[in-house]
Design a binder for this molecule. Sequence first.
Ligand code: NAD
Ligand code: UDP
Length: 310
Amino acid sequence: MSRILVTGAAGFLGSHLCDRLLADGHEVIGMDNRVSGQMQNLDDAFDHDRFSFHEHDVTEFIHVSGDLDAVLHLASLASPVFYREHPIKTLKVGSLGTHKTLGLAKEKDATYLFTSTSEVYGDPEVNPQPEDYRGNVDPYGPRSCYDESKRYGESLVRAYRDEHDLDVRVARIFNTYGPRMRLNDGRVIPNFVKQALMGRDLTVYGDGTQTRSFCYVSDMIGGLLALLKSDIEEPVNIGNTDERTIIDLAEIVLDVTGSDSGITHEELPPQDPQVRRPDISKAKSEIGWEPEVGLRDGLMSSIDYFNSEI
Ligand code: NAD
Ligand code: UDP
């Protein structure tokens, strides 16, 4: 059994990660300041006496008593709607929060996992994106609070590895969806499923020809844990390679939910990336992971949750 700290534990991915670690027999300390998380996501985790929760903002000094084997840093604002509303909090959690959690990992001699993002590639000029693609990010653009804080976070992780010999992992996560995303998260799948279930028109931004590749949450958690168990200290893309246009996604959501909602077009947010698909050759060959859940099956598995939230 290991003793593991998960930041962002009340969020979508953090809570699923806590559940999986607890099911695997570990002791888990969840940390979150609840800026975008919801405590109900941790209902299952609280059933275990190996789980404890600390309400704390990770941009402030972090004290955890006792040993830690791993620090998994997921805390962040993660939805474009939220991070555009809270750009300073977003920059602080990616920079100061990453620094504090790295300092804690160094103090405890723990393995450190950073949840980076496909957004480090910005609006990519190559598709799919391999890990050695250096990205196309506007440092003063409307998404830079997120993109640049994650790029800086990766750089800090690299510095702790080089200067302090910290054992590190960097997961570049691509669009992931599933139960426990907030209904008002603002990301495309909760928006579309909520709209379809409520009989409202689906809001496609722009002409909907932009693409994303959607990974179901159980696959993502499997990928993060496979990376953690590996000894790969370089960034690894974790995501599903099934690339869809957003208009195609809207039609699939209508079909899967059996909804007779229509589709309306709204303004495309500035600098919305035109394409996104992970090259996951490295994940396949070096950590032996690839996703298994198809888009329709993943959506089917999410509908009950979204329905219950409505
Ligand atoms: P989420 O918003 O559901 O969860 C993030 C959690 O972090 C929330 O519970 C929030 O309250 C917490 N948090 C934010 N700032 C904090 C702070 N200063 N101190 C303590 N807690 C804080 O988002 P998610 O989708 O679960 O994302 C988890 C991680 O994965 C994030 O780092 C995100 O950048 C990354 N990621 C997610 C996706 C995705 O598609 N879900 C894609 C790329 C990267
Ligand atoms: N999008 C959309 N309608 C919505 C929400 C999002 O068309 O109601 C689009 C958005 O413009 C982007 C894609 O869906 O092109 C994915 O957006 P999301 O916010 O989920 O994440 P991103 O990949 O942009 O970080």
